[in-house]
Ligand binder design. Structure first.
Ligand code: HEM
Length: 374
């Protein structure tokens, strides 16, 4: 389904889109009134009723709270390639066994990591439908589990670690499946991510530009060395997720604004332990002492803008372009934005197109100037 046809089908829903989902000048300018709008939105209210989980009040908050102490995963607990999901499970914001569901995911991403309700709901619905069992409403955050029943005739219950479904080649800090364990952080790649930041900005602080350059380097390295290299279309979403390192996994200061994302400030949350001399090893992800959730929820318009930064860079600098961009148009952000959004929309299983959460997601896209006219 192309974005333009989806737009037509959802035209009515768009006019009713809550004002909090319109593209703000920048999320940091959210007013108290806009935050109340988010809480009053139909999506938020319906999730509150359906989930019976505590309502998340957005804003800066010390994480973890007393109810969510760190506990290293046991031998039967499932963990996977996503540092965000792993850290939430290690603190019990997600079930510690690594088997979760739409409501728990949607709540935990807001409560522990400060994502907005629209982005959380979209990621949760997509995870359960692409890699879990949407009828049972279960998915694992890693490999398959007998706790997630297989759908007849489907391969979709392999967990979010299923290769080339959600889990892809050329990840920022994970090696390709072809080379071995593709779930755990690789210390050399973690170090390279910050070296790239030094190349781009002169200091070891991640920026949206340095993440764009590093994503492109990782893509080119995998394409050159991995004989089984494949970049599946859903990988386009990770051009956005790469920015989680800057926007939500790093602690905020007392005013709720993210602190600089450095090797040291990110290490514990993403499971990197320093061995000295630029060497790192993987340990279970853990919120460090004095970690504060962002005061400004990370929502779809903002993450999509960040994805377009990375995609435009890749499209203009990569010898092999990930998504079949027309090189003559690659420097046109409108063209790149439309390619991105059409690819992203095509990942949504058509059976889900009518359900509330997905309509909410797609309706938010129309508020973003870059996506109008796609
Ligand atoms: C339902 C929600 C989510 C799902 C299904 C999910 C799934 C995944 C998967 C499959 C990967 C591996 C991608 C690859 O192979 O390159 C990944 C990577 C990643 N995820 Fe998530 N994720 C979710 C939410 C989050 C959240 C809330 C955060 C942080 C706030 C996050 C941060 C990251 C980061 C930074 C990476 C890149 C890891 C790397 O390669 O360095 N994710 N995620």
């Amino acid at each position: 389904m192309k974005f333009s046809s989806l737009l037509g089908a959802l035209a009515l829903a768009f006019t009713a889109a809550p004002s909090a989902f319109a593209f703000p000048a920048y999320m940091k300018d959210l007013t108290a009134e806009q935050i109340r709008d988010v809480q009053d939105s139909p999506l938020y209210q319906s999730l509150k009723e359906k989930r019976q989980l505590p309502l998340v009040v957005p804003g800066v908050k010390k994480i973890p709270d007393a109810d969510h102490p760190f506990q290293a995963p046991g031998p039967d607990d499932i963990r996977g390639p996503c540092p965000g999901l792993n850290v939430m499970a290690n603190h019990g914001y997600l079930s510690r066994d690594g088997v979760t569901n739409t409501a728990e995911l949607t709540w935990a991403m807001q409560e522990a990591l400060g994502l907005g309700p629209g982005l959380s709901a979209f990621l949760a619905v997509l995870a359960v439908s692409v890699d879990g069992n949407p009828l049972a409403d279960k998915v694992t955050i890693g490999g398959p589990s007998p706790k997630v029943p297989t759908l007849l005739g489907s391969k979709s219950t392999g967990g979010i670690g299923r290769h080339n479904a959600y889990e892809i080649d050329s990840s920022l800090t994970r090696q390709d499946k072809y080379f071995g364990n593709n779930f755990v952080l690789q210390g050399d790649l973690y170090e390279q991510m910050f070296k790239t930041a030094e190349d781009v900005t002169g200091e070891g602080v991640l920026t949206h530009q340095s993440q764009a350059v590093f994503r492109n380097r990782r893509y080119q390295d995998s394409a050159a060395r991995n004989p089984e290299f494949k970049f599946v279309p859903i990988g386009v979403l990770f051009f956005g997720a790469d920015h989680f390192y800057i926007r939500t996994l790093v602690s905020s200061g007392p005013d709720g604004r993210n602190l600089p994302a450095t090797r040291e400030s990110l290490a514990s949350t993403v499971g990197a332990k320093s061995l000295g001399n630029g060497k790192w090893e993987y340990v279970p992800e853990r919120f460090p002492d004095e970690w504060y959730r962002t005061g400004i929820p990370y929502e779809l318009p903002e993450i999509l803008s960040h994805a377009v930064i990375s995609l435009t860079y890749a499209a203009t600098h990569g010898p092999s372009l990930p998504l079949g961009f027309n090189p003559d148009k690659a420097s046109d952000p409108q063209y790149v934005a439309c390619q991105f959004v059409n690819t992203a929309i095509e990942q949504i299983p058509s059976v889900l197109a009518g359900i509330d959460l997905v309509s909410q997601f797609t309706s938010q896209l129309t508020g973003i100037p870059q996506f109008q006219g796609c």
